[in-house]
Every structure is written in structure tokens, then in C-alpha cells.
Design a protein around this ligand. Sequence first.
Ligand code: SF4
Length: 114
Amino acid sequence: MSTDKKSFSRRDFVKSLSIFGVAGLGATSVLSACGGGDNGAAADPCGDLSGLTDQEKQTRDLFQYVAETPIPEQRCDNCEFWVDDAFDAPCGGCTLFKGPVAPAGWCNSWVAES
Ligand code: SF4
């Protein structure tokens, strides 16, 4: 009787490993589809940060830079700090941090161009 119980427990354990394994693969797929598994370079033509140091990437994060502005009237390409020809089109740069910036991007330091 106790052998059956032990055998049943092992089967349940193996079954649970399979279920969690499949769930883990599913979660990984969802993250990849959302761009959460990398730096989003595939979806954002200005998202290649491979030339930046970790500290330079952290600086971008501190400014809460995003490639798609949440405020339509505030975009990188109408910001005082936008550098039009810093990278190949359509990307530009920003005088506040390193790396390419999307024209439709935004960060928490946006200032209307004068
Ligand atoms: S300061 Fe912010 S909004 Fe302005 S160009 Fe730089 S990243 Fe874009």
C-alpha cells in the first residue's frame, strides 16, 4: 500500500514538472513577443544599445526614456535636447544621454524646442 502511494507521488511530481516546464516556455514566449526578453532592438529601429556600457544604459533608464511617447505633443524630435543627425535616419540622439533615440520617443526631461 505504501509503495503505491510512493509511486503515485513520483508520478505526480513528474507530471508537475512537465506542467511547469510548459508554463515556463509559454512565459518565455510571451516575454519575447513583448520585447521583454531583450532590449527591444528588433521592434525599435533605434533600440540598438550594443555600443553602450551598462552605466550608459542605466542613465537612459533614469530618464525613463521610451521609444514611443505617452504624450503625443511631447516627442524627442520636438524637444530642445534632440540631436537630428547623431545617428542614421530615422534615429537621432539626445544631448542628455548616449545612444540612439527614436523621433517619436520621450523621456521625463522633455523641453519644448526654442
Ligand atoms: S531630453 Fe528626452 S524627450 Fe528630449 S530628446 Fe532627449 S530623450 Fe527625447
